[in-house]
Design a binder for this molecule. Structure first.
Ligand code: 5AD
Ligand code: SF4
Length: 459
């Protein structure tokens, strides 16, 4: 079998695609790079907003046409697959295999059955499953929990991914060890709400550390960079900021979605915190991690959001001074409380607010990024950048960076670079050396290059 997976949505979906891909490979499948070469095409879907759903519809339309002229098995997994909306789409577009986020390990049974197979159960076995590490990659995701116990009124995720289930710390450490063994240097711990790790259904699980202690535990493993996403302000504790400050491997990067700066809107979203509580957490982060890079998510045009509410969001942005933000127009999702009970705002109002927010974000990103000008940053270089003769990577604060190729930096790895210019979206820099004490060069570098000491010569 020749299989091709297309992934939409969040990092959790990327992790799940990797998990399913490794199952397929163990069943003897060859992974191919395009739909044309594949006889099994699997879409890993996202349902959080309308746009990714429309995208899946259009790709499935294309696949149905292909299926009419050649043998093709169509699969759909991920959040949309779990919803009635997704199942209707699957029927319409003749999807053969449908796997919800809790049934991914059924992929083998699904393909063996040789008939239409729909798996929609949340199965415990998934939490103990350790996928093989990615091959030749410096970065990896590690799921520490699945699902979400919150019920934000706009969000479909608690329906698609079910209630929160934390993975046992032993499983997390075993998976981390396997990633380390495969040469991974940066791990992102994933969960819908990592701050609630170890507190499923609101109760502390015996034998599970708090998230702050999990950071300390993972920080002692030898991995060089740890990031995590995503946090919920409701469950954020000061100890997380303390653990970050104490644990050198944990990067000073915090993604703390605020969604709105208006208490009235936050209440209607059922976010379970107010502006003041959010700002208290930001204060704690800034106290313990003065250089922290702060990112957030904001939804504009939530039903009932007035101009005054939106102004509260703009003023909160100024008060925090976020380094970056993911900004979304509210998208009514069938099955969510806000879809059922609230009236959507006119599209023009929502897009106009988004544009004003983007202006704010760009100003702040420009200002915040400029503070790194001239600094030395540890960068994880992945490979060739779009512009010839350059390599691309990212800093510990998640800033994308481009550097000219240098002798000694032909391979992917962790290097040090001086930031020479910044824009709201990018850093530009030059390599100043490989830290070959704490940050050994990867073995795929040429031996003579590895022997070079800093500063690296530019070529
Ligand atoms: N409409 C717009 N944005 C949404 N998000 C979640 N649900 C919706 C929705 N219905 C955003 C939130 C969340 C991010 C992953 O997606 O900002 O943090
Ligand atoms: Fe959705 Fe809220 Fe859970 Fe995040 S915390 S996944 S926004 S319900």
């Amino acid at each position: 079998m020749k299989a091709h997976i297309i992934t939409y949505g969040c990092q959790m979906n990327e992790y799940d695609s990797h998990l399913v891909q490794s199952q397929l490979v163990s069943l003897g499948a060859d992974m191919v790079d395009s739909i044309d070469e594949a006889d099994f095409v699997l879409l890993n879907t996202c349902a959080v907003r309308g746009k990714p759903v429309d995208k899946v519809r259009s790709v499935l339309g294309q696949l149905r046409k292909e299926k009419a002229v050649r043998p093709l098995v169509i699969g759909m997994m991920g959040c949309l697959a779990q919803l009635e909306e997704g199942q209707q789409i699957a029927r319409k577009f003749e999807v053969d295999v449908l796997l919800g986020p809790g049934s991914l390990l059924d992929i083998g049974a699904a393909l063996e059955s040789n008939q239409r197979f729909w798996g929609l159960h949340f199965k415990d076995e998934l939490h103990d499953h350790i996928p093989p590490p990615p091959v030749g990659k410096l970065q990896a995701h590690l799921t520490i929990m699945r699902g979400c116990d919150h019920h934000c009124t706009y969000c479909i995720v608690p329906t698609t991914r079910g209630p929160q289930v934390s993975r046992h710390p032993d499983q997390i450490l075993r998976e981390l060890e396997s990633l380390l063994g495969a040469g991974v240097r940066e791990v992102t711990l994933l969960g819908q709400n990592v701050n609630a790790y170890g507190f499923d259904a609101g109760a502390r699980l015996a034998g599970y550390p708090s998230f702050a202690d999990l950071l300390r535990l993972v920080g002692g493993s030898g991995i060089e960079r740890i990031k995590f996403t995503t946090s919920h302000p409701m469950n954020f504790t000061e100890d997380v900021a303390v653990a970050m400050a104490e644990t050198p491997a944990v990067c000073d990067f915090v993604h703390l979605p605020v969604q709105s700066g208006s208490d009235r809107v936050l209440r209607r979203m059922a976010r379970e915190y107010d502006r003041e509580k959010y700002l208290t957490h930001i204060g704690q982060i800034k106290t313990h991690l003065p250089d922290a890079v702060l990112a957030t998510d904001i939804i504009v045009g939530f039903p009932g959001e007035t101009e005054e509410d939106f102004q509260d969001t703009l003023s909160l942005y100024d008060e925090v001074g976020f380094d970056s933000a993911y900004m979304f127009i509210y998208s009514p999702r069938p099955g969510t409380p806000s879809y059922k009970h609230f009236q959507d705002l006119p599209r023009e109002v929502k897009t106009e607010r988004l544009q004003r927010l983007i202006v704010k974000q760009k100003e702040w990103s420009a200002r915040r990024n400029a503070r790194f000008q001239g600094s030395i940053q540890e960068v994880l270089l992945r490979g060739d950048a779009y512009s010839a003769g350059h390599l691309e990577g990212h800093t510990r604060g998640n800033h994308p960076i481009v550097v000219p190729r240098a002798i000694g930096a032909e391979g992917a790895g962790l290097y040090r670079a001086r930031v020479t210019a910044t824009t709201p979206h990018m850093f530009y820099g030059e390599l100043v050396g490989a830290d070959n004490q704490a940050l050994p060069l990867l073995p795929n570098l040429a031996p003579e290059a590895a022997a070079l000491s800093s500063p690296l010569m530019m070529v």
